[in-house]
Design a protein around this ligand. Sequence first.
Ligand code: GDP
Ligand code: IMO
Ligand code: MG
Length: 425
Amino acid sequence: MPVVAVVGLQWGDEGKGKVIDLFAEAADTVVRHGGGANAGHTLRVGDETFVVHLLPSGVLHPQTECVLAQGMVLDLGVLLEEVDLLESRGIAVLPRLFISEKAHVVLPHHKAIDAAREAQFAAIGTTKRGIGPAYEDKVGRRGVRVEDCAQRPLLAERLERNLRGWEAEALQLGVPLPSVGELTEALRLVWERLAPRVVATDRRLWDQIETGRKILLEGAQGALLDIDDGTYPYVTSSHVSAAAACAYAGLPAQCLDRVVGVTKAYCTRVGEGPFPTELDASASASLRALGGEFGATTGRPRRCGWLDLETLRTTCRRNGIDALVVTKLDVLDTLDRIGVKRAQDASAERLVQHQGWNCPTHHLRTFADLPEQAATFLRMIESDAATPLMLTSVGPERHSNIGETDCFKGLPTGGYRRPRYTFGG
Ligand code: GDP
Ligand code: IMO
Ligand code: MG
């Protein structure tokens, strides 16, 4: 303790990376716990821009331990590329990296099958990073875990079984499967470098919780992409909720001291699926241009629309959000009218037009300095979401913010917060 979880409240790309990078200034450990290289987080520090897919967004701070926990599906080649890129830019990563032995490995045919399904069937609009097939193997009990890479005969056995499971579909899709030998050789090369970084990350985190280190659980994707709670079947293949953060990090359920939810001041989505407040093509393109809304992983244009406070209220309740972060307020600076779907008053027209503020907010650092209409807009979000606003982001840079930047502030240190049962007590 203290442990803070950060959760995306929309369809991903809410600006979680920027927020985690900021929060990580005060953290000892940052944990990615679900998903894989489908995530893409853009971090802006001074004149430099960094994009991470697998490494936690807190990686830029040299004091942080970076954990890739058991709920993840890891493309080990992509991971090493990311490590090497950051190290070439002067950031030492490997000595601070801890990889769960229980995380699953994304294999080349996972990516090929993901891409072929997208091309040949009713598409979800996946990132083609092999996430779905890797999680299918995990629940089908034919997946390859990180720890398997350490044991040659066992690895070959697991790979053989894995490949057998894909034979029929690969044939149908026309995807050539690699041989066990090819896979073993590719894994051997990355394993040589990563093996020393593989540990029981869950035990390591339990120890850290007991000694009062500050732990940040970094959510990827967003609540509306959750495999159960999202807009199924147009979702990712993992759980994205705050509750899942505990399971995926291997932590006890009562460990969370605070859950912070991140939402944009408007809404975006990449890939297919429903989007009730989506703008028409030309208005969507205008908002996309203002917000620079292109995917950090695939470069795809993001679909744009207005903020849906009715859904936000629900996702806040489902995730037990204690504090809200609203990002990209500055993107709305030049709009005369800002649409927003209200959460309350079922009889009234839900999609209302909020008056714009027509002046820059990027340079502002206090709530009191915000133009009145911007302040009213934020208060409306807070009220409809029934969740207090903690921080507003007014630019992509680490310190372009208004509000509280220390997510651990006021939290108890040491031990679990709930008293334990005492017999007869
Ligand atoms: P994530 O997946 O939730 O980490 O979000 P992404 O990094 O994929 O997308 C968010 C984009 O918005 C990135 O390009 C950020 O640099 C940028 N961004 C984050 N916060 C702000 C903000 O407050 N204002 C502006 N203009 N851009 C922001
Ligand atoms: P971050 O962490 C936005 C979406 C894909 C697709 C669906 C399934 O950057 O917020 P998958 O490849 O996971 O099987 O694709 O989920 N998706 C994301 N959209 N941001 C993400 O991550 C996403 N991760 C997955 O676009 O619609
Ligand atoms: Mg993203």
